[in-house]
Write a protein of this length. Structure first.
Length: 70
């Protein structure tokens, strides 16, 4: 927590989210479920919930934006 300013749990949550955004931007996965599992989410429901909390939209909505990347 002292090194990055976040608890380990919050750091993991944001890391999974950023990984999912990167994969969505690459467009290399066949489905949102593939993105969810490749990013370390337990299931698609957990992925959708976390994504909406952090991005304010669903993963599918964000995937439609051009140039989605970090």
């Amino acid at each position: 927590q002292r090194a990055v300013g976040l608890s380990p749990k919050e750091f993991g949550r944001i890391s999974r989210f950023l990984s999912a955004v990167k994969l969505l931007g690459e467009g290399s996965h066949r489905s949102l479920m593939d993105v969810a599992l490749a990013s370390g989410f337990y299931d698609q429901a957990h992925f959708n919930h976390e994504f909406r909390e952090l991005a304010g939209m669903s993963p599918g909505e964000l995937a439609t934006f051009p140039n989605v990347s970090f």
